[in-house]
Design a protein around this ligand. Structure first.
Ligand code: GLA
Length: 665
């Protein structure tokens, strides 16, 4: 299997971290191209992504092929020693496709068409779309298979369309037949006897389109599964085409970060390189840094713990928030180094040069509108120099495994978001984010994981909230704890089975036994302005009226309110159960205590506030997410690879400063 290592550690050459970004030079006169490449070289750019969204240029009318401009670009890139990550252009079909084949356009749940004029206007089940996408992919792959600039394939872009149209309906039925076998089984799985929804014929089964009132949760859940699988099928089709031409080159598709639309675990398994786009808001550098850490920990886990790729980030501002702030000086570099610390071997951006026209003309680039003398490019050069320095020591090395696993699963996320939920404030993604942040703030080594993964590698597993758990996951948790593992479990977990059917007793009996819960009588969600007094902390979002099993220790109880005197936090053997969401400092304290008990220590003790420490291979990355200079104690003698200076016991990090330390002999 081709891997990222093939590009970052080429035989006979020094290892390197890939550095570059989306390059869309077809918007510019050709004179600009050579100028771009000159500036890229100066900045240490290794790789560019070409051709994302270029379909209308490559195939200006059905069957026509206009490769000349791309030939010249590929040649030019190669002549400048820049590798090309070549995108299949299928995320933005040319207007002629929608015009001639309106069925290639997606329909929303109200039956409204998404027209061309933007991008991602394709119906993934459409035969016409697939046929044309396959043809242009095949032509592209055939033409450039032997081109020396080509280093990797980038399929489509941020697969994210949804389609409720007629072809989607047919494909949905086929998918449902595979999953359920018979219509009877489907009726049973969806519980269609409720509200008289029983299906008598497959043709009656539709995507969950606009309906009068709440839709069937099993139906909606299966449609989300189907949509993820359908898009994956599109990815696979193009991947298989390019693989036929270039079996030696890695293939990726760029994920949106921590996003509901695709089952990241299932998708990552189909890629040679796992890549992700990450755009935290620079207006809040601390929260942004956490977002980076979360996305990195998830992406690294999806990549099986090995190197992964930042396919896109912004050098400065994006242009899709209500107010778009640039990155203050130093933040771009810090966040690039943070990704590398957490396992990235490739740091790419959207995009090299900001467009002068089109919807994203105010989105930053690696070189800003102010040009080669502007701050953006200056920082781009600095980041490139840092990555070049780190490459030989870092590329291919691994962030140590073990540590704390935070469990996350898309099936459960989807099921929990149903419109008939007890609280629309409850979102697995937000809970994973809150718990991960607590661990990140505590400086503990952490990764994300799926309950089916090998949990035994982790002394502590935390499960913020998995509304839906299949039997295999429950057994895995039982085995994990029986085998000596420590588990912290959050509320409203193990409530549903894979058909989104409530487990007997409300919460699965095996899970209750594991956590020392006799029963949960009521779930009591809290409104945004409500909280519960648990003695030493306040809890928000959720509470439960629960009865403990004999022998379970109550660590905190509710004081006042409807659950006055009832248990809120439990300990039973090596498990803890949180029936509410403690405020951030309390959650951090609670998880830190559990980590301590499980023998997991912070990466570096005694860090000043805002400093993140990460180990990768035998290096220690120190990243300062604050603005005021801080002094960090690092016992021993080290050398900072970024500056070449020797560090004896302490070092000072300035605003958004970073150091990458190796032990000094
Ligand atoms: C996404 C897309 C890019 C660009 C950026 C802007 O990540 O993949 O094409 O639109 O957003 O932030």
């Amino acid at each position: 299997m081709p891997r990222l290592d093939d590009l970052t550690r080429p035989p006979g050459r020094p290892a390197r971290i890939l550095y570059g970004g989306d390059w869309n030079p077809e918007q510019w006169p050709e004179e600009t191209w050579a100028e771009d490449l000159r500036l890229m070289r100066r900045a240490g750019v290794t790789t560019v992504t070409l051709g994302v969204f270029s379909w209308a240029r490559l195939e200006p009318e059905p069957g026509a092929r206009e490769f000349g401009w791309l030939d010249r670009l590929m040649d030019l890139a190669h002549a400048h020693g820049v590798g090309v990550v070549l995108a299949t252009p299928t995320a933005s079909p040319p207007p002629w496709l929608g015009h001639r084949h309106p069925e290639t356009l997606p329909r929303d749940e109200d039956g409204r068409t998404e027209w061309w004029g933007s991008r991602q206007h394709f119906a993934p089940a459409s035969e016409a779309y697939r046929t044309h996408a396959a043809a242009i992919t095949d032509a592209l792959a055939a033409r450039y298979a032997a081109h020396p600039a080509l280093v990797m394939w980038h399929i489509n872009n941020e697969y994210c369309t949804h389609d409720w149209g007629d072809e989607a309906a047919r494909a949905f039925r086929t998918w449902l037949r595979t999953r359920h076998g018979t219509l009877d089984a489907l009726n049973t799985a969806w519980g269609t006897d409720f509200w008289g929804q029983r299906y008598a014929d497959w043709d009656e089964v539709l995507p969950p389109r606009r309906a009068h009132y709440l839709r069937n949760p099993g139906h909606v859940l299966d449609f989300r599964r189907f949509t993820s699988d359908l898009l994956l099928e599109c990815y696979r089709a193009e991947r298989d085409i390019v693989r036929r031409h270039t079996p030696h080159l890695p293939v990726t598709t760029n994920f949106m970060p921590f996003w509901q639309g695709q089952d990241g675990w299932a998708w990552a398994a189909e890629e040679d390189v796992v890549s992700v786009d990450v755009y935290p808001d620079p207006a809040d550098p601390r929260t942004g840094a956490h977002e980076n850490a979360l996305v990195a920990d998830l992406t690294r886990a999806e990549a099986g713990g090995g190197p992964w790729m930042v396919m896109e980030q912004a050098a400065g501002a994006v242009n899709w928030r209500p107010v778009n702030r640039p990155k203050p000086e130093g933040l771009n570099r810090l966040w690039a180094l943070q990704a590398v610390a957490r396992g990235a071997d490739a740091v790419h951006y959207f995009q090299w040069r900001p467009s002068r026209q089109g919807a994203e003309k105010f989105h930053s680039g690696m070189i800003g509108h102010s040009g080669e003398h502007g701050r953006a490019y200056r920082e781009t050069v600095r980041v490139g120099a840092d990555l070049a320095r780190l490459g030989p020591r870092v590329a291919g090395s691994r962030v140590p495994g073990g540590g704390i696993a935070v469990l996350h699963d898309w099936d459960s996320w989807w099921a929990g978001r149903h419109e008939g939920a007890l609280s629309d404030r409850l979102d697995q993604g937000e809970l994973v984010r809150a718990w991960h942040r607590a661990l990140w703030e505590a400086g503990l080594p952490v990764t994300l994981a799926h309950p089916h993964h090998d949990l035994a590698a982790h002394p502590l597993v935390v499960l913020p909230h998995l509304y839906l758990l299949d039997d295999r996951s429950i057994t895995a948790l039982e085995r994990y704890v029986a085998g000596g593992g420590h588990l912290v479990c959050g509320f409203f977990t193990g409530v549903a089975d894979p058909d989104d059917r409530v487990r007997p007793g409300g919460t699965d009996a095996r899970l209750r036994a594991l956590l020392g819960i006799e029963r949960i009588d009521e779930w009591w969600p809290l409104a945004a302005d409500e909280s519960t007094d648990c003695g030493t902390f306040r809890g928000g979002l959720w509470t439960e009226e629960l009865v403990t099993a004999p022998g379970t220790e109550v660590l905190a109880s509710h004081r006042g309110g409807p659950l006055d005197g009832r248990p809120a936090v439990l300990r039973h053997g090596r498990t803890r159960y949180l029936s509410t969401l403690p405020e951030p400092a309390a959650l951090r304290a609670l998880l830190t205590e559990a980590a301590h008990e499980a023998g997991v220590r912070p990466v570096l003790a005694g860090l000043p506030d805002g400093v993140e420490a990460v180990r990768r291979g035998d290096l220690l990355f120190l990243l300062h997410h604050g603005r005021d200079p801080v002094t960090v104690r690092v016992p021993g003698r080290h050398r900072d690879l970024l500056t070449g200076t020797t560090v004896d016991d302490t070092l000072t990090l300035d605003r958004f400063g970073a150091a990458v330390l190796e032990e000094h002999p």
